[in-house]
Write a protein that binds this ligand. Structure first.
Ligand code: SPV
Ligand code: MN
Length: 621
């Protein structure tokens, strides 16, 4: 019997009540009771892992008119409000218990004050609505990676997205038999307008209660703010990993094929718009995940698992030529949620899809015609820049066979990919673990691409592409990476830059050249390729790349191309070191090893500059 018997009986039907009580979890019951009293839903439905319940969630998103069917069977469209199309870092805050600090760069507020504010906004937010309670797992189920999660939401779209993106978790709640060690998420769309999108944008809040492993979200529908298990859970997981000695990362996982049937697993961190998903989906290789990975030491190896089982991917520029695998999924029957694309006659359209698109239809700005001006005075594009598709990985032809291995896969190489037009070479390998963590991962930058910004762009620092999600001080996070796997064989570390340009501002690489860099890294891991020692890392030899270009892309690769791409640009690298050192000097808990590695890199660059000038060809190293 539960102490909340009366309350539950007034809101849950018999089946939902049975599902809840079967879990015998006092903390879960009090989470639900508190949410009911706070949000005052008309009724509560509890979902388990059964196919019937998954189908009911799908149905609920349609009945709530949060999704509408498209003409291809299984496809639906979801619109967010035009003011709610992306994550909102300003409205996302950590709730700090007295005496806890996270460093200046993390957005935080006092716990008591923050709770009072957000609970105020959640008060009565679900009147006349159905409250959904569903259970999911971060990481593969029945594994050392799994973290059980309970999501409460008034959005069928949020629950539906989670069913596609995460493994089911009800059975896991049975197994943990009453334990309180799980993450909790409470979301309400808040007040909605006639088109059923959230309207109180000034009251949009995403508050992370680190003391309670719980996240509150209100007055927003965009999945990055509302799908608890995505970037909200990442923050809780980073703290849990810090406590328990493992790593929670914003990384893809992929398998790269080598000679004689060999396969080598890599992870990769790339700030957004730096080629993360397209690397994980490179033709010919296999994908495990495109966004989130947990790393643990298992059986004496560094092993990683995909936190998710689906993709919430950017749809812009997905076309038949560049992304044949995804294109196929998006153009065939099967479960796909499109968000914030253009819909016309039951079909979805987006910018860069490589086929003729209509000049009118419906998008997140309502009825749209080509040339329509938005509230910011600019022309509204056919689809939002952050328009997305949500699919299950199981649809992908290139899904790796180890994708659901409860022990994850042994990681042998890590990529850190930045975006700069003039500094990093397309690929290089670090001298050792600390050099790679500090000079590549902890030095990641992404150059902004906005048309108004000018030729060189503004470079934004983004440590391991995780800065926005860090829930522990930056220095501590870098130290944890430096310390991780001290006693076991560590992966090799590589840096990539797909965006290098020549003086005339032309890209020096084709879109698919990354396939070659990846193959070279795979060979380095196994000692199958030599390298040239440069001041910023080990560089590929021309002969190895020429062979790989021929093999992988059937392209001739000239010495001239090689020299242009792999010339070490010393002033640009020194300027980057200045920027990065400045960032770390302002962080109060920067590990000494960071400064040590940065200054050794500076020393190497200065010595080479003295001997051979500003720009040094790899042939002269
Ligand atoms: C990202 O922006 O890094 C994403 C999408 O993966 S979101 O869910 O918004 O975080
Ligand atoms: Mn991401």
């Amino acid at each position: 019997m539960t102490q909340y018997a009366e309350l539950f009986a007034s809101k849950l039907d018999k089946i939902s009540l049975e599902k809840l009580l079967a879990l015998k979890n006092a903390k879960l019951e009090s989470f639900l009771a508190d949410a009911i009293e706070l949000c005052q839903p008309a009724k509560v439905v509890v979902f388990d892992d059964s196919q019937a319940d998954i189908a009911r969630i799908r149905q609920l998103a349609l009945e709530n008119h949060e999704e509408a069917p498209l003409s291809t069977p299984g496809h639906t469209i979801h619109f967010d409000s035009a003011s709610d199309l992306a994550r909102d870092p300003k409205a996302t805050k950590y709730l700090l218990p007295p005496g806890v600090t996270l460093g200046k760069s993390l957005n935080a507020t006092g716990r008591e004050e923050g709770l009072a504010e957000i609970r105020g906004y959640l008060k009565g937010s679900m009147k006349d609505r159905t409250m959904i309670l569903c259970f999911l797992s971060l990481g593969p189920t029945e594994s050392q990676f799994s973290i059980p999660c309970a999501q409460i939401t008034d959005s069928g779209y949020v629950a539906h997205s989670e069913m596609l993106l995460y493994r089911p978790g009800y059975a896991q709640f049975r197994r943990i038999s009453g334990s309180g060690d799980f993450f909790r998420f409470l979301h309400s769309a808040g007040r909605v307008g006639p088109d059923l999108t959230s309207i109180d944008h000034d009251k949009r809040r995403i508050y992370i209660d680190i003391a309670e492993d719980m996240v509150y979200t209100v007055n927003t529908q965009y999945a990055g703010n509302t799908v608890g298990l995505k970037k909200l859970a990442l923050r809780l997981a980073i703290r849990k990993a810090d406590r328990e000695g493992w790593l929670a990362e914003h990384m893809f996982l992929m398998g790269v094929k080598g000679p004689n049937g060999r396969k080598t697993y890599f992870s990769g961190a790339y700030p957004s718009a730096c080629g993360k998903t397209s690397t994980a989906m490179v033709p010919g290789e296999t994908i495990i995940g495109d966004d989130l990975a947990y790393f643990k030491i298992i059986d004496g190896q560094i092993r990683a698992a995909n936190v998710e089982k689906g993709i919430f991917g950017i749809v812009e520029d997905v076309n038949a030529k560049d992304d044949p695998v995804i294109w196929n999924v998006l153009n065939n029957p099967g479960e796909v949620i499109f968000s914030n694309v253009l819909v016309k006659d039951g079909k979805p359209y987006w910018a860069g899809m490589g086929v003729p698109t209509p000049t009118e239809g419906k998008n997140s700005h309502g009825q749209w015609t080509q040339g329509k001006i938005g509230p910011n005075g600019k022309v509204i594009p056919i689809s939002d820049k952050n328009a997305r598709y949500t699919i299950s990985l199981s649809y992908l032809a290139n899904l790796d066979e180890q994708a659901n291995n409860p022990k994850g896969v042994a990681i042998e190489g890590i990529f850190y990919g930045g975006r700069d037009s003039d500094t990093w070479v397309p690929v290089q390998e670090s001298f050792d673990w600390a050099h790679g963590i500090v000079c590549y991962g902890a030095s990641l930058e992404s150059e902004s691409t906005g048309a108004t910004i000018g030729a060189t762009g503004v470079r934004n620092f983004d440590v391991m592409s995780i800065l926005q999600f860090l829930a522990i001080p930056v220095g501590k996070y870098v130290q944890n990476n430096l310390d991780f796997g001290k006693t076991v064989k560590r992966p090799r570390i590589f840096a990539t830059n797909y965006f290098l340009k020549n003086k005339q501002g032309q890209y020096l690489n084709g879109k698919l050249d990354k396939s070659v860099w990846i193959k070279w890294a795979e060979m380095r891991v196994h000692g199958d390729a030599d390298a040239i020692e440069g001041p910023t890392g080990n560089l590929p030899k021309y002969e190895d790349l020429a062979k790989l270009f021929k093999q992988v892309l059937k392209k001739d690769y000239t010495r001239q191309q090689y020299v242009e791409q792999f010339t070490v640009r010393i002033p640009e690298n020194l300027a980057k070191l200045d920027r990065i050192e400045k960032v770390y000097r302002e962080i109060t808990d920067t590990p000494a090893e960071v400064f040590k590695n940065l200054s050794a890199q500076r020393q190497r660059l200065l010595e080479l500059q003295k001997a051979k000038g500003d720009h040094v060809s790899p042939m002269d190293l």
